[in-house]
Design a protein around this ligand. Structure first.
Ligand SMILES: NC(=O)c1ccc[n+]([C@@H]2O[C@H](COP(=O)([O-])OP(=O)(O)OC[C@H]3O[C@@H](n4cnc5c(N)ncnc54)[C@H](O)[C@@H]3O)[C@@H](O)[C@H]2O)c1
Length: 384
């Protein structure tokens, strides 16, 4: 099957590479000629590196590159059986693209969106056949991150879900099924990783370096929250938080932080601007954490408890199955354990007690335990 990719930015070019590596003929279109040229050159370099490392033979590399056509008109998508768009994150522009595409491709062609924050239903609604639209959410960098969230819109036909999942599975990805709700799985469930860490800092409980140290050394996470926000970019991470907060009708659980807003306003985006929560300029020394084990444990307990509550609530609201929720967090953001399995390990009663203590202390809805957590504790059950 021929695959079409619209947008040759970070995500589109990565997705094109994944599809071509799986043997598909791929067509990539971008509005910007410059973006197309840049993406083609970049992929050439990536393939050369794979050859140098012995991951691809010379001929496999040449075949891979030969399977991708970089085109400057959508008409070349005529023969595609599956098209995924990874263009700018704007509803009106994505809707217009879907409308243009439906006039070119066959009726059987599936139309997917890689949107991170828009409603798949709203994008699908622009089509005469909205049943063929679906969300297929890759993570950055697409060739390296195993997880793909599959998001049917309310209009999507069930066979479209099955076909899409089978196709993306055949690309060697781990697919999970998520409801069309803000942030899908990962960008929703991961909010407290950043939000609660920022809150702990704002309360003066611990500094950035200590919170990062605790989450890595005691929590087993690959990166601390502040390191990770500096890596993602505080501007980007803040914008996602603000969009999730608004999309949830201002649920206090997702309230953004002034600390992050100010860092972003100051231009302290993180690594890309040499300054974020940490100073990355040449010769700057990273601050030393306070390696107090007890303090570290309290930090990890609070952030992990909030993450677990978020995952349990996502299960309660049928955003995804328990298995898919855990797969998403381990394969999409490299968490050391699935949050629901972790909840069973810590004990649901203990998790509930921690949340009730926080809710009592702060009097904030932010800390309200999920009704499912209360129910499971009442019934003496576990999640798995
Ligand atoms: N960057 C990430 O980490 C990430 C992760 C998952 C999903 N996404 C989503 O993927 C999509 C693309 O993100 P990105 O980071 O690759 O963006 P990007 O800015 O790197 O690339 C977008 C590309 O789309 C092109 N474009 C814009 N409008 C177009 C149009 N109408 N027709 C054709 N091409 C057009 C631009 O020229 C650009 O090359 C967005 O919806 C984003 O939310 C991004």
């Amino acid at each position: 099957m021929q695959i079409g990719v619209v947008g040759s930015g970070s995500m589109g070019s990565g997705i094109a590479q994944v599809a071509a590596q799986s043997g598909h003929q791929v067509v990539v279109y971008d509005l910007s000629e410059e973006a197309l040229v840049k993406a083609e050159k970049k992929l050439g370099k990536i393939v050369n590196r794979l050859i140098e490392k012995g991951r691809l033979s010379e001929s496999e590399g040449a075949d891979l590159l030969g399977r991708i056509r970089w085109v400057n008109d959508l008409q070349s998508f005529k023969e595609c059986g599956f098209v995924i768009e990874a263009i700018v994150e704007r509803l009106d522009i994505k809707q217009k693209l879907f409308q243009d595409l439906q006039a070119i491709v066959s009726e059987e062609c599936l139309l997917a969106t890689n949107t991170s924050s828009l409603s798949v239903a709203a994008i699908a609604s622009s089509l005469e056949l909205p049943t063929r639209a679906i969300g297929v959410h890759f993570f950055n960098p697409a060739p390296l991150m195993p997880l793909v969230e599959i998001i049917p819109a309310v209009q999507t036909a069930s066979e479209v879900v099955n076909q899409t999942r089978a196709l993306i599975d055949s690309w060697g990805k781990v697919t999970v099924l998520a409801k069309d709700t803000p942030g899908f799985i990962v960008n929703r469930v991961a909010r407290p990783f950043y939000g609660e860490a920022l809150r702990i800092y704002e309360e003066g409980f611990a500094d950035f370096a200590t919170i990062d140290w605790a989450m890595k050394e005691i929590g087993g996470f690959r990166m601390g929250p502040f390191e990770l926000m500096d890596f993602i970019g505080n501007d980007v991470n803040y914008a996602v938080t603000e969009s999730v907060f608004a999309s949830f009708y201002y649920d206090p659980r997702y309230r953004p932080s002034f600390t992050q807003k100010r860092h972003s306003e100051a231009g302290w985006f993180g690594r890309k601007s040499s300054r974020g929560y940490y100073d990355y300029s040449e010769g700057a020394a990273l601050p030393e954490p306070n390696k107090d084990k007890e303090l570290g444990k309290q930090i990890v307990d609070r952030i992990v408890t909030m993450l677990i509550n978020e995952a349990v609530d996502a299960l309660y609201l049928n955003i995804a199955s328990a298995n898919d929720l855990d797969l998403a967090m381990t394969k999409g953001v490299n968490y050391p354990k699935g949050l629901l399995a972790w909840a069973d390990e810590i004990g649901l009663e203990k998790t509930l007690q921690t949340l009730e203590r926080l809710q009592f202390e702060y009097g904030e809805d932010r800390y309200r335990p999920s009704p499912l957590l209360r129910k499971l504790v009442r019934e003496g059950k576990k999640i798995f």
